[in-house]
Design a protein around this ligand. Structure first.
Ligand code: ADP
Ligand code: MG
Length: 443
């Protein structure tokens, strides 16, 4: 089985590892925009190139007689890499460009839910010009403003966090409309978020264990938003603040979305449908869909996958997900990202200063290590400007998993930082209390 993996982050390192655990004698070929030493170490072939260069990807896949491709990040999906591979006879785990709109266009996703009467939308409206924005803002208490299109997780503006007044909101919308086709304005919700990464072959949807990510840069959920500083999942495949019906609700919505997207486009969605959900006082709401696995959330779930990952990929491609039993170990996981000190902070520290800092990796103990943005040179390992290394603790219970991850994160030396609070009791208690206060007397 020759498998093409596109992507160069810790998410893809975890995917690569899952592929290599397969009993299908996989041969892994990685197409990366920068070299991930973890992937390079287990791949049979590596090709460096841009995710815009679809021809290069297609040619390289053909040369290596690829049987199936797994697409990690959203950019190549948005560029239409799956369409190009399919034309070349190579099936992919990942949607075509049109279906990837579920992630790449927030307006498309919201409209799809509305049109097919799928629950989960907050009050929202899409605008392609300033007309009507002011009046709609007046109807909402607090608003969230979302550009249409990929923004690397840095485009969404939340009232009370990123802006305060209606005047600022209007200026933000104007700036967004200068660059994007449309802007979605929606009511600001309050609650706890979780990620439900679902596998989909177009007809069948299978949920993987829910995970909670931590976007804020610093302990105690302080500081700016990042791509994600770490995440945890629990042994019972729920989360301490969730009720069974919350997870069921997320899966039901996702199943309805899979059906709707087929009716809307006539195409089966084959890939990952990752719903970002929020449990609120009023019930479950959908924040967004991603058309791929989460980073860091992949590192929580793929190491627990008992079923052969390549079999899962084949089932997605062949439309036989209903005929395969997908199982995960009943373990708790904690993932922590080790990042350059300046990561996520505005200003010059972010790019330049941290880029050439050296990293030393100490003993990892029982933790697993996944490389993200690092540069392996003859003289050693260097950071780039982004998240450097993901460490994952896996154990029967959360405290032990946390301890394993924390020890490993601390063992990475250099001008680095990580969140020591992810997966700790203090933070989890806070989530439970938050949800209890919100739900109040509700069941
Ligand atoms: N309607 C909303 N109410 C409150 N917070 C929101 C809402 N929509 C998004 N957010 C917050 O903004 C973050 C980013 O929004 P999201 O829709 O996930 O876009 P992206 O991941 O592309 O930045 C969410 O994780 C959540 O914290
Ligand atoms: Mg998101």
């Amino acid at each position: 089985m020759n498998i093409l993996l596109i992507g160069n982050g810790a998410r893809e390192h975890a995917i690569a590892e899952a592929v290599m655990r397969s009993g299908n004698s996989p041969r892994l070929f990685a197409y990366m925009k920068s070299n991930n030493p973890g992937i390079a170490a287990i791949a049979e072939g590596v090709r460096l190139g841009s995710y815009n260069d679809l021809n290069a990807i297609k040619e390289w896949a053909r040369e290596n007689r690829i049987h199936l491709a797994v697409i990690g990040p959203e950019d190549p999906l948005h560029n239409g890499v799956v369409d190009v591979l399919i034309k070349g006879g190579i099936p992919s785990v990942g949607p075509t460009k049109s279906l990837a709109r579920l992630e790449t266009s927030k307006a498309f996703a919201r409209d799809l839910l509305s049109k097919y009467r799928i629950p989960g939308n907050p009050r929202f409206r899409n605008f392609s010009s300033q007309t009507g924005i002011e009046a709609f803002l007046d109807e909402l208490d607090d608003a969230v403003i979302k550009p249409d299109g990929l923004t690397g997780g840095k485009g969404v503006m939340v009232q009370g966090e990123h802006f305060a007044s209606r005047k600022e909101a209007l200026a933000i919308c104007e700036a967004i409309l200068a660059e994007h086709k449309s802007v979605t304005i929606e009511e600001k919700l309050e609650g706890e978020e979780f990620s439900l990464q679902c596998l989909c072959d177009g007809k069948t949807v299978v949920a993987t264990p829910p995970v909670q990510d931590h976007k804020r840069r610093f302990n105690g959920d302080q500081g700016p938003n990042t791509g994600g500083m770490g995440s945890y999942s629990c042994r019972d495949h729920s989360l301490p603040f969730l009720k069974h019906k919350d997870i069921e609700g997320g899966l039901t919505i996702t199943k309805q979305v899979a059906k709707a997207i087929y009716r809307e486009t006539g195409e089966y969605y084959r890939g990952i449908m990752y719903g970002g959900f929020m449990v609120t006082k009023q019930g479950l709401r959908l924040l967004e869909y991603n058309a791929r696995f989460g980073d860091p959330e992949t590192m929580n779930i793929l190491p627990l996958l008992k079923t052969d990952f390549v079999d899962v990929c084949q089932a997605i491609i062949e439309g036989s997900l209903d005929r395969i039993n997908i199982e995960f170990e009943e373990k708790a996981t904690v993932c922590k990202y080790v990042v350059p000190k300046g990561y996520g902070l505005p200003g010059e520290r972010h790019d330049a200063a941290s880029a050439s800092e050296k990293l030393e990796i100490g003993p990892m103990g029982k933790a697993r290590l996944y490389y993200s943005s690092v540069d392996k040179r003859d003289e050693g390992l260097y950071m780039t400007a982004s998240r450097a290394i993901g460490v994952v603790g896996i154990a029967d219970e959360l405290p032990e998993a946390e301890e394993i991850a924390e020890k490993a994160a601390t063992a990475v030396k250099g001008a680095v930082d990580h969140r020591s609070d992810i997966g700790t009791e203090v933070l989890i208690e806070k989530r439970i209390r938050h949800m209890r206060d919100l739900r109040g007397v509700m069941v």
